[in-house]
Design a protein around this ligand. Structure first.
Ligand code: PA5
Length: 447
């Protein structure tokens, strides 16, 4: 069993000839990626991460996670974008659906809250109330060490920590994940003596889930990060060595590129499990920031089903025909529920008695795949055998590798994000940051 890709249901939109024609292009993209000869080739550290990571730091991550588990009821994970979404995707997929609200006896590990991924004062205030007078620690994550959103949150919660524990003890409860030598956070960590973890120079934010960025919070949640790495390593083997026919990542990159050429410029990632919601958020960031540049790219969207069949489902079935859909099919449930028979069949559901709830979910999924296909939305399927560390590791690597290939096939550098700077410049100008005086005048005139 492993993560696999299947486009058989979409074959009426894609001819074998088209697939044959594109094979060479994907193969070239893989050579460029693995041979490190393409654009952004100083950001390819993620390719070997699952087998070539800092073992000493890995052990330190586990140790720090153990300390947080033993001395904190709450962990705050401060970060945004690639410094946030991977950890949340893994934790929500691997742990309890109601992780923070279920009893400590079931959860066994600290509550985990994410902050610094928005600039809402209400959110911050409410989080302060949730922490109350309980013991907490902070994992501050920023590769650059200068991103505004997490920096603001860090100021607020660092103060709270110092008020509660005093400066010295507070410093022992702050874990900084950042560049090995540069940036404001690194300076702060050195100055204050925070335990630090490194985001390697050659791993960009959205490809960093398998570095300390993702691994420390994931380990604190009680998930097994060794298995996560093993899963990613097994997928890496396939991605790097298998020929096109057996290479799921290459096939996924190929098919989405063929569909784009046919005008399908929106991809909707669909899940049928609430626990996969943040996998979709992680995926959107990975593909959106990697491909969306130079006026190119596939717009990555996502839906949670069957929930959104009662909202976005109408559009997918019947609206403008510019999209294709990639369904994550979770093959095996963690838990099963069987619907029981009722003596009087008032709700008319007795025909389902004895059937599992997952059988119904899968029937909804299969029915929807066919309906959307009939509505001219090509449906692709990514099969996920189970939600455990091994397969989630595989899934992360599967999507990362296909993303690198897709970027090269599109003719963009998938590893930069120049577009992210525009809003930052305007925000800094409006905030009155020194050095932005001229832009400030211009912007104020426009508002
Ligand atoms: O993928 C990326 O590079 C971005 O999404 C970054 O992760 C995000 O902007 C946060 O950056 P940093 O970790 O420097 O705070």
């Amino acid at each position: 069993e492993r993560v696999t890709f299947d486009y058989s249901i979409a074959k009426k939109f894609i001819s074998d000839e088209e697939v044959r024609m594109i094979e060479k292009t994907v193969e070239n993209a893989r050579n460029e990626l693995v041979g490190k000869s393409g654009a952004g080739n100083d950001f390819l550290g993620w390719i070997d991460l699952p087998v070539n990571y800092d073992k000493e730091e890995f052990a330190r991550i586990k140790k720090a996670a153990g300390k947080i588990q033993s001395d904190s009821e709450v962990l705050l994970v401060i970060g945004i974008g690639g410094s946030y979404l991977g950890a949340r995707a893994a934790i929500e997929s691997l742990r309890h659906s109601f992780y923070n609200s279920v009893s400590k006896e079931i959860r066994k590990t600290p509550e985990i809250y994410y902050v610094g991924n928005n600039i809402s004062s209400t959110y911050i205030r409410h989080l302060i109330e949730v922490i109350g007078d309980r013991d907490f620690s902070i994992n501050m994550i920023s590769k650059s060490g200068t991103t505004t959103e997490p920096a603001i949150a860090f100021r607020v919660f660092k103060k709270l920590l110092i008020e509660k524990y005093g400066k010295e003890e507070a410093a022992k409860r702050i874990y900084a994940t950042t560049d090995k030598s540069r940036g404001a956070l690194k300076n702060l960590a050195t100055e204050e003596g925070y335990e630090s973890f490194v985001v390697p120079d050659d791993v960009g934010g959205r490809f960093s889930v398998l570095t300390a960025v993702g691994l420390l919070p994931i380990a604190v949640s009680g998930a097994d990060i060794t298995k996560l790495m093993e899963g990613a390593a097994s997928q890496r083997e396939r991605c790097l060595n298998d020929g096109f026919t057996d290479n799921d990542s290459m096939k996924y990159a190929a098919i989405r590129n063929i569909l784009l050429r046919k005008g399908k410029n929106i991809e909707i990632l669909a899940n049928y499990e609430p626990s996969l919601h943040y996998v979709s958020e992680w995926w959107k960031q990975l593909y959106g920031e990697s491909e969306g540049k130079d006026q190119k790219g596939i717009f990555p969207a996502s839906v949670d089903l069957t929930t959104d069949l009662h909202s976005m489902g109408q559009f997918i079935q019947d609206g403008q025909r510019t999209m294709f859909e990639t369904v994550i099919n979770l093959e095996k449930q963690k838990h099963e529920i069987v619907l029981e028979e009722e003596e009087v069949d008032l709700d008319g559901l007795n025909y389902l008695a004895g059937k599992t709830v997952d059988f119904m979910n899968k029937s909804a999924m299969k029915g929807t795949i066919l309906a959307h296909t009939d509505g001219n939305v090509p449906n692709l399927v990514v099969n996920l055998p189970e939600e455990n560390e091994y397969y989630i590791g595989q899934l992360f690597y599967f999507f990362e590798f296909a993303c690198g290939l897709s970027g090269y096939m599109l003719g963009v550098n998938p590893f930069d994000q120049p577009g992210v700077e525009s809003y930052k410049k305007n925000m800094f100008a409006l905030l009155g940051k020194p050095g932005f005086e001229d832009q400030r005048e211009e912007l104020l005139k426009r508002l």
